[in-house]
Design a binder for this molecule. Structure first.
Ligand SMILES: Cc1cc2nc3c(=O)[nH]c(=O)nc-3n(C[C@H](O)[C@H](O)[C@H](O)COP(=O)(O)O)c2cc1C
Length: 198
């Protein structure tokens, strides 16, 4: 069976971002478990803040169309995002909102209904971005018909969670990433498995 394609991106462009560190470790674990990883940087998909007038005048910007194509070509999508004010930060939300405006090439069902989603967050605080993960789940599941896997990665006290080389300082966080990746790849395998005759 070919390796499942999994798209991964961090919802922070900040130099030294904890979520970029977490994303790099998710990418490494996905590769170690046999996935065909497409690792992207949202700085290569710069989008204006969503504006209905802009959309009416110019359509959906080309970077959102490219992201839509990547979404619909992926068996899995692992999004790693910070939490802002107990919710989804603008970079992550704006990216999802623009992709949801692409109406051709299968539109929302192809981009959000076809792949399986996994979520992760890192935060210097004690809740590890968990409220953002729940808000992401609401938006993806209720708003866009996505399937979001139950196991999510939540890294709290991020200032102490990574060493200078970007490795986890605690084995339990590495195990949480391994479990989430394993769950995602297993769910993709189950979904793609041929139906048993009989
Ligand atoms: C506007 C704003 C709101 C924030 N709100 C929260 C919050 O609700 N919960 C939290 O854990 N951290 C919050 N933070 C702190 C972020 O978790 C922290 O800046 C983190 O480093 C951002 O992720 P990054 O390192 O990947 O860029 C907030 C940061 C900003 C700039």
């Amino acid at each position: 069976m070919p390796s499942p394609r999994v798209l991964v991106f961090p919802g922070s462009n900040r130099t030294g971002s904890f979520n970029r560190m977490l994303e790099a470790l998710v990418v490494r674990e996905l590769r170690a478990q046999g996935a065909d990883v497409v690792d992207i940087d949202l700085r290569d998909y710069a989008l204006p803040l969503y504006d209905g007038d802009l959309e009416a005048a110019h359509g959906v910007p080309e970077p959102a169309q490219r992201l839509h194509a990547l979404f619909r070509e992926s068996a899995g999508i692992f999004i790693v995002t910070p939490e802002y004010n107990a919710g989804i930060p603008p970079l992550t939300k704006n990216t999802i909102d623009w992709i949801s405006r692409v109406r051709d090439h299968g539109g929302i069902p192809a981009a959000f209904g076809a792949p399986l989603f996994a979520l992760g967050a890192a935060s210097p605080g004690g809740l590890g971005g968990y409220r953002c993960l729940m808000a992401m789940r609401q938006s993806l599941e209720l708003g866009l018909g996505a399937t979001v896997l139950p196991t999510m990665v939540s890294i709290s006290r991020a200032t102490d969670a990574f060493d200078a080389a970007g490795e986890f300082t605690s084995p339990s966080n590495a195990q949480a990433v391994a479990r989430a990746v394993d769950g995602l790849l297993a769910a993709i395998g189950t979904r793609n498995a041929p139906a048993v005759a009989g």
